[in-house]
Design a binder for this molecule. Structure first.
Ligand SMILES: [Zn+2]
Ligand SMILES: [Zn+2]
Length: 162
């Protein structure tokens, strides 16, 4: 990718790894540039869709330039928890610019997927559970206690997952 320039400071942006890809941050003003595709995974489809609709319906030409194509950005306002956040977009490059802290105002999508480690632990518990279930047919009382322990472990795993 060609050099990306901060629309405010005119210095080059640095990649910042997030869960769903890269965003780009200005080392000087800490503003962040993000691609729409990455944002959809990061903030959720409906939030990003509302940004796009707002930008299409009521945006004004900003004085700042797109970090990528250097055409003027478009500014639009989002009302969030009683505050008004002005965001900038380049619809041509599918990029959004967030001033320092603005991206943090939007909640992140929770991870639907369990971590590989948790999934592995759950799989092992399932095997154990099936084994206990077999035993239950023969030694019902003792096995019942074990199954209760396993179920408690499974619930604990799911609940403690961040
Ligand atoms: Zn900057
Ligand atoms: Zn652009």
């Amino acid at each position: 990718m060609a050099l990306l320039i901060c629309p405010i400071c005119e210095v080059s942006l640095s990649p910042l790894r997030i869960q769903h890809g890269n965003i780009w941050q200005c080392p000087t003003c800490n503003g962040v540039m993000a691609n729409i595709a990455v944002l959809r995974k990061y903030l959720g489809n409906s939030v990003v869709k509302s940004f796009w609709q707002k930008a299409t319906a009521e945006s004004t030409t900003a004085e700042t330039k797109c970090p990528s194509c250097r055409h003027s950005l478009r500014s639009f306002e989002i009302h969030k928890d009683e505050q008004t956040i002005t965001l900038d977009i380049c619809r041509r490059c599918h990029l959004l610019w967030f001033d320092k802290g603005e991206l943090d105002a939007f909640p992140k999508v929770k991870t639907e997927e369990l971590s590989p480690q948790t999934r592995q632990e759950l799989a092992l518990l399932k095997i154990e559970y099936d084994k206990q279930l077999q035993e239950e047919l023969t030694h019902s009382a003792m096995a019942f206690n074990n199954i209760t322990d396993i179920i408690t472990s499974i619930i604990r795993l799911i609940v403690t997952f961040p």
